[in-house]
Design a protein around this ligand. Structure first.
Ligand code: PA5
Length: 422
């Protein structure tokens, strides 16, 4: 199970203050556990069996198996909440036997688009256009290019067999899918993009990649059962949210999520989106930033240790050793004899312990430990962060489920491109 630990040599925050903040936040937890009426149209994720769970996991796995019968590559066309969760799983896990996943719909760069298309040469692809309302430009434009690519190569009928659309029932994407004979999957109406990690939106590409989506859903269900029942003093999501709010009140303006496993790079993007879009509004919120260690200790590390005091740090720590590589000596005197016969795991753990000791001298540090990196733990982690983010935004006094700032840029872009009615 997931645990949290505070390490702070600066005295900025004490255990007692943290506990008091969590106790004060208990009514917010109680409201969230009950399911708030005012957010009813955004809380479809709160019970992960409603729009996910074993039923949807089974359906996604079955469709993935069917697609693998004639295709070897699955193109995910989606941006933000329609991309990041599946990407987290694909980048974190070694998934032999699954389809190759290609990412599209998250850029408007012709260079990047051409690179993406080049990845399809010599492959047998299917595509999945994931878009809640099918108005976002990046997936819309990419879908057009990829549809045409498939039709040119296979003809209209075979192309249709290779096209999936994931959208809300009643949306223009569903209409288009029906007209063209594409497979249509539901994007749950009562879930905003960044909260869809455990829904069909992401279970489909995860299953196509070969992930055990049943285990992922199991992990989420266990986490949900715990967080929706635990009282404030035992509830890690409430404790994390309360600590974030306490530190925000004390003047901290950014949270750095860092990890010594580069495979968690996809999770970083997902986490950044979840917290930035949910909390960054009304002049409030912590800027979510991420540190891929140990590489970025050699860049960000200077600022973290010694720069403006706006940051606190959350280390994502993995308890179990899942890989091993020995540093056996090769007889060459290279000045690294002190590493003889150590394992890279020893080095990575030493780097983590040293970094936490060093950083906690100048900024508050939290360690969030999960057991291992696998489907079940990732499912639990998705739910943990979604629930904690909801609580955290509530404490901050902002609506967790809208993103008016993102809409503003879209308006300017649509007008510049001459979209009717923009
Ligand atoms: O979390 C959100 O709601 C957003 O980040 C969306 O996921 C993102 O903008 C993509 O939207 P859509 O699926 O409608 O294209």
């Amino acid at each position: 199970m997931l645990t949290l630990e505070l390490t702070d040599q600066t005295g900025a925050v004490t255990q007692a203050e943290w506990q008091a903040a969590a106790a004060e936040a208990a009514p917010v937890l109680a409201r969230a556990q009950a399911g708030e009426e005012r957010y009813a149209d955004s809380l479809g994720w709160l019970d992960p069996t409603l729009w996910g769970g074993q039923d949807w996991a089974g359906r996604a796995a079955a469709l993935a198996q069917q697609l693998r019968g004639f295709a070897d590559t699955f193109v995910v066309i989606g941006v933000g909440g329609s991309n990041n969760a599946a990407r987290t799983v694909v980048e974190a896990l070694d998934l032999p036997g699954g389809m190759r996943i290609v990412w599209a719909g998250n850029t408007l760069s012709p260079h990047a688009m051409n690179r993406m298309l080049a990845q399809l040469e010599g492959r047998s692809p299917v595509i999945d256009c994931i878009a809640k309302n099918f108005e976002t430009l990046e997936p819309g434009a990419s879908f057009r290019v990829l549809r045409r690519w498939l039709t040119d190569r296979y003809g209209k009928q075979e192309a249709a067999r290779r096209i999936l659309c994931t959208g809300t029932p009643g949306s223009s994407l569903e209409k288009l899918a029906k007209e063209q004979g594409y497979t249509f999957l539901p994007f749950p109406e009562p879930i905003g993009g960044r909260f869809t990690a455990l829904s069909p939106v992401h279970l489909m590409p995860m299953a196509a990649a070969g992930a055990d989506v049943a285990a992922l859903c199991r992990g989420a269900e266990k986490m949900a059962a715990a967080l929706r029942r635990q009282p404030a003093d035992e509830n890690p999501a409430l404790q994390y949210a309360a600590l974030r709010y306490l530190l925000w009140q004390k003047g901290y303006r950014a949270e750095l999520l860092s990890c010594f496993e580069p495979r968690m790079k996809g999770l970083f993007k997902w986490w950044e989106q979840l917290f930035a879009e949910s909390e960054g509004k009304d002049g409030r919120g912590l800027l979510p930033v991420t540190g891929e260690f140990s590489e970025q200790l050699h860049s960000l590390g200077q600022f973290i240790q010694d720069g403006t005091h706006i940051l606190f740090e959350t280390f994502l720590n993995v308890k179990e050793q899942q890989a091993s590589l020995s540093l056996a000596p090769d007889g060459v005197e290279d000045g690294f004899g002190y590493l003889d016969d150590k394992d890279f795991e020893d080095l990575n753990r030493a780097a983590f312990a040293a970094t936490r000791t060093a950083h906690s001298a100048t900024l508050p540090c939290v360690t969030l430990t999960i057991d291992r990196v696998d489907e079940e733990n990732l499912g639990g982690l998705f739910y943990f962060f979604q629930f904690a983010c909801y609580l955290s935004a509530e404490l901050l006094g902002v609506n967790p489920f809208d993103q008016p700032g993102v809409e503003a840029y879209k308006g300017w872009m649509f007008r510049a491109l001459g979209k009717p009615g923009a």
